[in-house]
Design a protein around this ligand. Structure first.
Ligand code: DC
Length: 224
């Protein structure tokens, strides 16, 4: 397929990337690739196997014997399949959230993930969200966005999200976790979170999800 296009949405945790990217994909009739879900799925498997999360060789070997599928059916939430098993809920647990950075910082694991992501990007036009899509995975993407928001607002969004699911939230602990995830994302040696020079910065601090999506659509249509 020659005329597939990729649109990238990178940014820090809690900026609303996945929600915005999924809506944008739907609006444009494109596929959706949540790359964070892929790192999370591999984390589920590593935790189950009790692999030491600082043992890069074992993690890379694990990645090579793993199959992750993202099933993007219109109207439904993205389904994440780990070796055929639906782990869409398991990947959102706080244990997985707090351990994924070990997997994400291993250069050998990132190499495997980047390969998978590029293969997916060849098969179908899509919107992908992550940290390094505009810089490393798809440097030639048709459109690149960097979705940001103030730290406090990102924390509050996570708190609201968890409360909406009926979960009890330790707000101070959540702030600490998010700050730590930012630190890991920005300081990783390979594939750190970084705005690509040619990415359009969208600060969603005072925007709704729909406003962020509309802003992106305008840029894509050359109307912004
Ligand atoms: O976007 P998220 O919170 O689901 O991401 C989960 C983890 O994966 C987070 O620690 C950052 C990492 N990640 C990454 O390193 N590179 C990506 N392209 C996407 C996510």
């Amino acid at each position: 397929m020659d005329n597939v296009i990729v649109i990238t949405v990178d940014g820090p945790a809690g900026a609303g990337k996945s929600t915005v990217a999924k809506k944008l994909a739907k609006k444009l009739g494109l596929g959706f690739m949540d790359t964070g879900a892929m790192y999370r799925a591999l984390t589920v498997k590593a935790l189950r196997r009790k692999i030491k999360l600082d043992d890069e060789m074992s993690l890379v070997a694990l990645a090579h014997e793993t199959h992750i599928d993202l099933v993007d059916e219109s109207g439904a939430a993205l389904k994440v399949l780990l070796d055929g098993e639906d782990v869409s809920e398991a990947i959102r647990s706080s244990e997985v959230t707090n351990n994924t950075f070990y997997i994400a910082r291993a250069p050998g694991v990132r190499e495997v993930m980047v390969h998978w992501q590029r293969e997916m990007g060849k098969r179908r036009s899509m919107v992908g969200d992550g940290r390094d899509l505009g810089t490393v995975v798809f440097p030639g993407a048709a459109h690149k966005f960097y979705l940001d928001a103030d730290f406090k607002v990102r924390c509050q969004r996570r708190i609201d999200e968890l409360k909406a699911k009926g979960q009890k939230v330790d707000e101070a602990a959540l702030e600490k976790d998010l700050a730590e995830r930012d630190r890991c994302d920005f300081t990783r040696k390979v594939g750190p979170l970084k705005k690509a020079d040619d990415a359009i910065l969208i600060d969603s601090t005072r925007m709704t999800i729909d406003e962020a999506v509309e802003t992106m659509v305008k840029h894509i249509q050359g109307m912004a």
